[in-house]
Design a protein around this ligand. Structure first.
Ligand code: NI
Length: 136
């Protein structure tokens, strides 16, 4: 029997979406307000989902306390109140879109969660815009 357990988390961060290979007009047209040269913030809502077999001894798929600690230590403390472009090395040359932030979060957490579990990241950049990423 398989089940999925999830932990919800939150962080605030600033970013700017920009392609340095494009002229300013194209950046403004493609990225709109997210191209603001002075940056701007989002209240990100994160859902980290782990799928695996229910352990017959514990009844758990994955210890949610452990998952909460992993997310807090490696994601929330790493990204909260940061300027993603300037302070988070993964975005030095990577546009910090919700898609790419999801991939970065996935790659960080994947190292700490055994490969027998399936990992999925759901990231809300606004209450109505969200991205899902589950590897590959
Ligand atoms: Ni934005």
């Amino acid at each position: 029997m398989k089940a999925t357990v999830s932990r919800q988390a939150h962080f605030n961060a600033a970013h700017r979406l920009h392609n340095p290979n494009w002229p300013d007009e194209k950046n403004a047209a493609v990225f709109g307000k997210c191209n603001n040269p002075k940056y701007h913030g989002h209240n990100y809502e994160l859902i980290v989902s782990v799928t695996g077999s229910i352990d017959p001894e514990t009844g758990y798929v994955y210890d949610l306390g452990k998952l909460a600690s992993l997310v807090q230590e490696h994601v929330e403390e790493y990204l909260d109140h940061k300027n993603l472009n300037e302070e988070v090395v993964e975005f030095a040359n990577l546009n910090p879109t919700a898609e790419n932030i999801s991939v970065v979060i996935y790659n960080i957490l994947r190292k700490h969660i055994d490969s027998k579990y399936t990992l999925k990241i759901t990231l809300y950049e606004t209450p109505r815009n969200f991205v899902e990423y589950g590897g590959n």
